[in-house]
Design a protein around this ligand. Structure first.
Ligand code: ZN
Length: 104
């Protein structure tokens, strides 16, 4: 898989695709196989029990939560931006040294 801009692309003529299986005892493991050759179940490499194939969205979790939130906010801002009014007005206090300046 090649990741660009957070999207996963299938490689053209690549060595294979990563398939995910879940063993009832050991949990999930991944196997790299040529496209379209993944069996429905496969023996767990640790305990040799049959593990069923799991279909999951590939590599979506690679995007960090902060980046994902920023992208979601950016996409949402096209239709419903968070900013609904002008920025808050900051009251400017004169610098303390300004009081010691000579007056005309
Ligand atoms: Zn196992």
């Amino acid at each position: 898989m090649v990741e660009r801009e957070g999207h996963a692309f299938l490689p053209l003529g690549g060595a294979g695709v990563t398939y995910e299986y879940r063993c009832p005892g050991c949990g999930c493991f991944e196997v790299r196989l040529p496209i379209g050759t993944a069996p429905e179940s496969r023996d767990c490499p640790a305990c040799r029990r049959p593990a069923r194939r799991v279909f999951s969205a590939p590599h979506l979790a690679r995007t960090s939560p902060g980046t994902a939130a920023a992208r979601e906010r950016e996409e949402r801002s096209r239709e419903a931006p968070d900013v609904v009014g002008p920025p808050p007005v900051r009251k400017r206090r004169p610098h303390p040294a300004a009081a010691r300046l000579p007056r005309p």
